[in-house]
Design a protein around this ligand. Structure first.
Ligand SMILES: C[S@@+](CC[C@H](N)C(=O)[O-])C[C@H]1O[C@@H](n2cnc3c(N)ncnc32)[C@H](O)[C@@H]1O
Length: 287
């Protein structure tokens, strides 16, 4: 093959593997409809990179072929799950936004302990790979006296992160996120083949259940059941009407007197709601 033809071939290859504005519009509308996630046109390169693996897996030549493929399948086809999993952003850390956990220890738990309830129930609604839910487990296992227990539900639309969270094994690169004084009671470092990894201790892991759940669904994991819900760093991806729907749905799941934490960069400003703001990004149901 001449150098000229080689260049030609390459440019044909690469142009097929570029996302056109029409493809981008289709993928953006599809993820907004399924997950409520709004991607700006400026995210074109991100979408292109994230979806590339589906072209390979399905032996498709171009993003247009992938678009046609998605159009041709039913809404229950597993390909939609793969598509959704690739377009979510799962960044999370142990002890992320620590002011929330200080508030839990200082304000919420002492009041809850003064009641006669036996199990403190929490929902981590957009739990990603589980760091948020296990941070709560570490804090609650340390803060609750004998006879008082806790249960945590972690949910996420992305089935791959739900599977990772259920596994409760993390790279030791993440160890510095966990304050040293929690290490002995809460984690076990791997040896041999598990070198470089740590796991959450089984006594903590068994109190946390992870399940797939789409916040856009009409169904909720219960009514008036949770003492605390965390819905952090997911509302930023949603349109105002989705935020309004999600906060209402969460409100119905929280016990009177229970709390909601949202991300520090998120807010309910401009929405009609029934929460009482009690601290930055912290809301209470009722007085
Ligand atoms: C940036 S992570 C935040 C994780 C954690 N809450 C934190 O603050 O560290 C956002 C998570 O929201 C999830 N997500 C996005 N849209 C969702 C939806 N419609 N329903 C449930 N989870 C969703 C994503 O899959 C992702 O794991």
């Amino acid at each position: 093959m001449s150098a000229e033809r080689f260049l030609d071939f390459n440019s044909k290859e690469s142009s097929q593997r570029l996302l056109s504005p029409e493809d981008m519009q289709f993928f953006c509308e599809a993820i907004a409809k399924r997950a409520g996630i709004w991607l700006k046109p400026s995210k074109l390169e991100l979408v292109q990179t994230r979806l590339r693996s589906r072209l390979m897996a399905l032996s498709l030549e171009s993003y247009e072929d992938y678009r046609e493929h998605l159009k041709s399948i039913s809404k229950d086809d597993p390909e939609w799950e793969a598509f959704t999993n690739l377009l979510t952003t799962n960044k999370t850390d142990f002890f992320r936004e620590p002011a929330h956990f200080d508030f839990l220890i200082r304000e919420i738990l002492p009041k809850w302990l003064a009641t006669n309830q036996s199990t403190f129930k929490v929902w981590s609604a957009a739990s990603s790979t589980g760091e948020e839910a296990f941070t709560l487990a570490m804090i609650l296992s340390r803060s609750l006296p004998p006879g008082r227990d806790f249960k945590i539900l972690g949910t996420d639309i992305d089935t791959s992160v739900v599977a990772a969270a259920s596994n409760a094994v993390y790279s030791q690169i993440k160890l510095p996120e966990i304050p040293l004084d929690y290490h002995a009671d809460c984690i076990q470092k791997g040896r041999g083949q598990a070198q470089g990894w740590f796991r959450i201790r089984p006594e903590l892991k068994e109190k946390v259940l992870f399940k797939p759940h789409n916040l856009m669904d009409r169904t909720a994991p219960g009514e008036n059941v949770f003492d605390l819900v965390l819905c952090r760093n997911v509302l930023i991806y949603f349109a105002p009407e989705t935020i309004e729907f999600v906060q209402k749905k969460i409100f119905s799941t929280v016990k009177p007197g229970g709390h909601l934490f949202i991300g520090h960069s998120e807010s309910f400003q401009g929405f009609a709601h029934h929460w009482k703001g009690v601290a930055p990004s912290i809301f209470k149901k009722g007085s």
